[in-house]
Design a protein around this ligand. Structure first.
Ligand SMILES: [Zn+2]
Length: 306
């Protein structure tokens, strides 16, 4: 087959939820994949400002679909209840994936997986209604952080975007809930997230509304040089080792998310990049993985398309 349609789809904004194994080849890709600085509707963050900024573009978040089925054990509270259909990755992080038909492409580096289109993100009967409502509070807040509707102090520096005035508890619990949902999901797209005993720790913290210390399941957000590509890509968490710590990295909402899932995360050398308890988050611009990762992914998809 001439060309490699999967990569073409990325460039045509038919976004991609990619699953399965880690690509391994890294060809050269050029310098055109740079983050947009002007901001626009649907961008991951409001335009960078050097002063307090009030974003008033509304709340595009839509809560999960209320579809019930028979009684089963809720993954969060552990009670046998009717479960609702819960998303794994919040719907608002798919915003840039949808085309004019409100659908997106699913491609995979697994050569045995067929390309398909979806109208919605990935859902699963996971939580009871009470627990879904409980965690939705964190997501509603995070949606306002990403899409506008809450006052943030944003400072644009050469190597960092510093976001202030974040609510530590709600934003931290939101980040933890995304990782935990990926870990408890039985969907094959999230099979690489194996949290072991950390899954139970996260469950208890989420159930009790305890965000923990900054370093406990801390998450670093990175604005990649390849933002124009990653904003069209949902890549589920995959395990990597960094500085001797087990980490999970994912691409969600255009940013890289690097979770440190380690019992000795207090000694993680880049812990100053975790959300601080006074509500500041430093977001590094670019990281060595970002462009390399996109290149490897493109090469892997190309190889499977041939
Ligand atoms: Zn529950």
């Amino acid at each position: 087959m001439a060309g490699h349609p999967a990569l073409v789809d990325l460039r045509l904004r038919h976004a991609s939820a990619v699953r399965s194994r880690l690509p391994v080849v890294a060809p050269s890709y050029g310098d055109s994949l740079v983050p947009r600085s002007g901001g626009s509707e649907g961008s991951a963050f409001p335009p960078p400002r050097k002063r307090a900024d009030v974003n008033t573009r509304g709340l595009p978040f839509t809560s999960s679909v209320r579809q019930y089925r028979s009684v089963n054990t809720c993954a969060l509270c552990g009670h046998d209840k009717q479960l609702v259909k819960s998303h794994i990755v919040p719907e608002f992080l798919y915003t840039d994936l949808y085309d004019s038909l409100h659908s997106y492409s699913v491609i995979s580096t697994d050569p045995h997986s067929r390309k398909q289109r979806r109208k919605k993100g990935i859902y699963e009967f996971l939580l009871c209604c009470d627990c879904e409502t409980h965690t939705a509070r964190y997501e509603q807040y995070a949606s306002r952080v990403f899409n506008g509707g809450t006052e943030l102090e944003i400072s644009d520096e050469p190597n960092y975007l510093t976001v202030g005035n974040l609510e530590y508890s709600r934003f931290k619990l939101f980040q933890m809930s995304v990782l935990w949902r990926c870990g408890v999901s039985k969907r094959p797209e999230f099979s690489a997230t194996q949290l072991g005993p950390h899954g139970e720790n996260l469950r208890r913290m989420l159930r009790d509304g305890r965000p923990g210390a900054s370093h406990e399941y801390g998450c670093i957000l990175i604005l990649p040089a390849s933002y124009d590509v990653t904003r069209q890509l949902v890549y589920p968490p995959e395990s990597v080792t960094l500085e001797g710590h087990r980490c999970y990295r994912a691409s969600l909402g255009g940013l890289w998310w690097l979770y440190v899932v380690s019992s000795h995360s207090k000694s993680f050398p880049y812990r100053q990049l975790f959300l601080s308890q006074d509500g500041f988050l430093r977001i590094p611009k670019e990281a060595r993985w970002s462009t390399d990762f996109i290149l490897r992914l493109g090469q892997d998809l190309k190889r499977d398309a041939l």
